[in-house]
Design a binder for this molecule. Structure first.
Ligand code: ZLM
Ligand code: CA
Ligand code: ZN
Length: 393
């Protein structure tokens, strides 16, 4: 086997900070920042760091965060301390300013540092793209798509994606945001509801009563009024449990392909939430590492400056597999790496199977029932196609 070498003709940069990974949301909270350590260790074990420019992400400054977030919120976030709340009162008696301190968005030691490092990595990635020093910039510590201007939501406190896209917009006339996390990318969608310079598209499990955040219906496409240039610039692809690689990739390629044709973005921001994989603790889909990675491959083929963000992902071994495979796609060495995990990978026992591509049977025993009839997927494609008639670059 030959060593992984730098891709010819383009540059990939990798932005992370080990200080981000040591934070804890709480023992049983699904969000585990150490999944970033596991991912990185697998990426490095394959030797991929030699093919990228590697940067330690800095912390974003208060002013950079204030490009999107309200100063009231940032001031509070910077000063709140984890206060031990009696467990049984936590949910019944919520006195939560900015939705902070509940079970989804707990207060923990070093919270502000965690948030500013996540956003710092995303901003570093965006700057590398703006200055044309990278063609693909990777920030697996980012992708926290639910955070609002003045509110934490769904494990997200600072919307690093919005902050990074605002940076891209200083150099790029049109940015396409794509979100393959199993949850709806509501925070990013809302932030750019009133501009025609950002188009957002989210693929997600949709069940308004039983799945977070409950938004993202097919016909939620941005406030539709004559004065709003952002009308029609939000695309939503609501899905049901059990969607497969084959169906997902058909939808992704058709929809993203048509959006790129019509909107002609000059840069792409892709949120690669790994909770859309089969076997995720919170997810509902039957996607495999290959199908998830095919979305990254498709975006790369568009030949536009590209940022890859992380996001959700609650079964750390599968998160690490997906983001490792996707890093290899960015570098273009996916054919060259062994589908067997490297013998010397630390935490090798975390992975259970010694393959990068476990089968659905290996992951789940019994795959989840697919509740996405082909007819429904065709209707989605048709709706999006009609919506795109209103979009003109
Ligand atoms: N309860 N602990 C995805 C964000 C999903 C809201 C229902 C909390 C959980 C979940 C928290 C240890 C991204 C909701 C859930 C129980 C109100 C959600 C703490 C288990 C636990 O064991 C848990 C005590 C916790 C939270 C499950 N929360 C599952 N789903 C969602 C938020 C974020 O992947 O898209 C991007 C990073 N919240 O469904 C409740 C309505 C709080
Ligand atoms: Ca999504
Ligand atoms: Zn998610």
């Amino acid at each position: 086997e030959s060593a992984i070498t730098r891709p010819k003709g383009y540059t990939v940069s990798f932005h992370c900070n080990p200080d981000m990974e040591k934070h804890h949301f709480g023992m049983t909270h699904p969000m585990k920042p150490w999944r970033l350590t596991l991912s990185k260790s697998l990426i490095y074990s394959y030797g991929m760091s030699f093919a990228m420019d590697n940067y330690i992400a800095r912390a974003a400054t208060y002013e950079e965060l204030a490009d999107f977030h309200s100063t009231d919120y940032l001031d509070f976030l910077g000063t709140v301390l984890p206060e031990p709340v009696p467990r049984d009162l936590e949910n019944q008696n919520p006195d939560l300013r900015f939705n902070l301190g509940g079970s989804d968005c707990p207060l923990f030691e070093g919270l502000y540092d965690y948030c500013s490092l996540s956003a710092g990595g995303a901003l570093d990635a965006a700057r590398k793209i703006c200055y044309k020093q990278s063609d693909i910039a990777i920030a697996w510590g980012g992708g926290l798509h639910h955070a609002k201007k003045a509110e934490a939501s769904g494990f997200c406190y600072i919307n690093d994606i919005v902050v990074a896209i605002l940076q891209l917009l200083r150099f790029h006339p049109r940015v396409l945001y794509i979100d393959i996390d199993v949850h709806h990318g509501d925070g990013v969608e809302e932030a750019f509801f009133s501009t025609d310079r950002v188009m957002t598209v989210s693929f997600h499990k949709y069940d308004p009563n039983n799945f977070f955040p409950g938004t993202g219906a097919l016909d939620d496409n941005g406030p539709k009024n004559e004065q709003n240039p952002g009308a029609h610039h939000a695309v939503n692809v609501p899905l049901n449990d059990g969607i497969t690689d084959e169906q997902y990739d058909m939808l992704f390629n058709t929809i993203v392909g048509r959006i790129v044709e019509r909107f002609r973005p000059t840069a792409i921001a892709l949120q690669c939430g790994a909770d859309s994989l089969a076997g995720d603790r919170l997810g509902r889909f039957n996607l495999q590492v290959q199908g998830h990675g095919a979305c990254v491959e498709f975006c790369k083929k568009m030949n536009l400056p590209l940022i890859l963000f992380g996001g959700g992902g609650y079964t750390p071994r599968n998160v690490a597999r997906a983001w490792t495979y996707e890093t290899s796609i960015a570098i273009g060495c996916q054919e060259k790496i062994s589908p067997m995990l490297p013998q010397h990978a630390p935490w090798r026992q975390q992975f259970r199977q010694d393959t990068l591509f476990p089968t659905l049977e290996q992951i789940l025993g019994e795959p989840r029932q697919n509740r996405n009839p082909q007819k429904r997927l065709q209707d989605i494609v048709q709706h999006v196609t009609e919506q795109l008639r209103f979009v003109q670059a």
